[in-house]
Design a protein around this ligand. Structure first.
Ligand code: NDP
Length: 513
């Protein structure tokens, strides 16, 4: 079938009262504390996927620019003050950056919204949330410590130091640009590392704008560098250079595993946050209305362009039809439209390419036997990349609609028989990022929470997040964890010091009498 829509009853697309007015942001590379043009002079333009308006232009870095940034970070790590500063001093700088973000929430949110297509109200909430991430990292800069062993005998003391791993390459995606950067950069800085950041070419604006804040907060030159441009020429040197000690990547499983291969062959430390096909598992005894709302939120938030998207719902067979009817009704009511409209909850898809990929996934699902219960197509006549909230039923666990990350506003509904069956379906994908269980029975909740392979399990809630709680995936969803109290430790190496106390009386080779 073509993706002709089953669009009866969908709420009309929201249209903003006026076109966006923005001073186009012109970004350069940020290397050694200075703004520089790309050596080739190349530029990239970013237009709003909702309006077609020019939002920003960036320098298209060549590999030699990336190597200049790597050299700056390497020099700042080896010779600069940053790794040797007291934790309290690094914490003060991170707190100053948090305040700088607070003072610029509106400016940052506007660029974030226009580049990504997400609603401005949501972008404001995300940028405000970043403040907390920087503050939490500041607290860890002061409290992260090693270990001591006073249990090794009278003549021995063991010290385990935590030292910064060195130069870290950070590669970030387009879906939550400033948020994902803030899950990485402040923690690497808290550890005493120096960094090179490569944002997505689609949404580099807020990463560059943050550099003015970083500089004003007193981060020494070379400690943070930003190189913009296309994935392979800019990102790959970060995985390959012997001067980069660690790679931290968020994005697709395909690119992540390719980069991990390159980085591992150079024996670098690697941290990966990748995709997900996250199930919400619904039992008949749940709080029905709260569950339906969370299912709709879970899959349509950020237009489904979210690694944590609750893109599969596993629903007990006894309530499958009632569930499908209810979720379709709620999906029809989701306010989709211009990101600048104050009521919009879902904005535009990030790019025409991403739109085509999502539509191809829907067509594939339909060809395999799934039914489009609502949505399944673009909004007719819209000038931006708007996709209707979509629900697919008749999905079976072996279909790609049940297994592959679609990264769009598409929900697959799959029935199950009992808790054990739900766990088996939930675990029958390559991914293992997050999951939710909806039931008032604590035994059911714990059985599912223990049985599902996922880094995060929500119980009677969805998509909450706290800097205190670790985040990351099982299986193809990633390697390592961000956030939590060990977030800074991930950017460290341990060093063991064995300290002998007093006279050394024993000799390996005794002296001749
Ligand atoms: P990618 O994995 O391609 O992009 C993520 C980051 O990696 C971007 O900065 C990108 O740069 C960079 N990159 C791309 N190719 C290379 C390369 N060869 N070497 C080094 N760096 C590279 O994701 P896409 O943006 O293309 O999105 C495709 C799919 O990935 C989505 O549909 C979704 O399924 C998944 N995805 C998952 C995310 C998550 O949060 N887990 C986030 C984003 C996407 P550039 O953008 O400039 O190409």
């Amino acid at each position: 079938m073509s993706t002709a829509s089953i669009n009866t009853g969908l709420r009309p697309l929201l249209v903003a009262s006026s076109a966006p007015r923005i001073d186009v942001y012109h970004g350069q590379l940020f290397i050694e504390g200075e703004w520089r043009a790309a050596s080739s002079g190349g530029r990239i333009e970013r237009r709003s996927p909702a309006h077609g308006t020019l939002v920003s232009t960036y320098a298209a870095a060549a590999p030699e620019d990336v190597h200049a940034a790597i050299d700056a970070a390497h020099h700042a790590f080896r010779k600069g003050p940053w790794p040797k500063l007291k934790g309290a001093e690094r914490a003060r700088v991170l707190l100053a950056i948090a305040e700088g973000i607070r003072e610029n929430v509106d400016r940052l949110a506007l660029v974030e919204s226009l580049e990504s297509g997400k609603p401005l109200t949501q972008a404001r909430a995300e940028v405000s949330g970043c403040i907390d991430l920087w503050q939490y990292a500041a607290s860890l800069a002061r409290t992260t410590s090693g270990d001591t062993y006073d249990t090794l005998g009278e003549d021995m003391l063991g010290l385990v130091l935590r030292q910064p791993v060195g130069v870290v390459g950070l590669i970030t995606p387009w879906n939550f640009p400033l948020w994902i950067l803030s899950q990485k950069l402040p923690f690497a800085l808290a550890a005493g590392c120096t960094c090179i950041v490569k944002p997505s070419e689609l949404t580099s604006g807020t990463t560059l704008m943050l550099m003015d804040i970083v500089k004003a907060a007193g981060v020494p030159a070379g400690v943070v560098n930003v190189v913009t441009g296309l994935g392979a020429p800019v990102g790959q040197p970060l995985a390959e250079s012997p001067l980069v000690d660690m790679l931290s990547f968020t994005g697709s499983t395909r690119v992540g595993s390719m980069l991990a291969g390159l980085a591992s062959s150079k024996l670098k430390k690697v941290s990966l946050e990748l995709g997900g096909k996250n199930p919400q598992i619904v039992f008949p005894d749940c709080d029905w209305d709260a569950m339906i709302d969370a299912v709709v939120f879970g899959v349509y938030f950020n237009a489904g362009e979210c690694c944590n998207s609750g893109s599969r719902v596993l629903v007990h067979e006894s309530i499958a039809e009632r569930f499908a009817d209810a979720v379709v009704e709620r999906a029809k009511a989701v306010p989709v439209g211009d990101p600048l409209h104050p009521d919009a909850k879902v904005g535009a898809i990030v790019s025409e390419q991403q739109m085509r990929d999502i539509l191809a996934h829907i067509e594939h699902g339909v060809a395999a036997g799934a039914q489009v219960r609502v949505g399944g197509a673009r909004y007719e006549g819209a000038s931006g990349t708007y996709l209707q909230p979509t629900v697919l039923t008749g999905v079976t666990p072996e279909m790609s609609a049940a297994r592959d990350e679609i990264f769009g506003p598409v929900l697959s509904v799959i029935p199950f028989r009992d808790a054990q069956h739900a766990i088996e379906i939930a675990n029958d994908t390559a991914y293992g990022l997050s999951a939710a269980v909806w039931s008032r029975d604590i035994d059911t909740c714990l059985k599912v929470a223990r049985g599902v392979d996922a880094g995060t399990i929500w119980v009677n809630t969805f998509l909450d997040g706290y800097p205190e709680l670790p985040f990351g995936g099982f299986k193809a969803s990633g390697v390592g964890r961000e956030l939590g109290k060990q977030a800074v430790e991930d950017y460290t190496e341990t060093k063991t010091i064995q300290l002998h106390i007093g006279e050394r009386n024993s000799r390996w080779v005794p002296l001749k009498q």
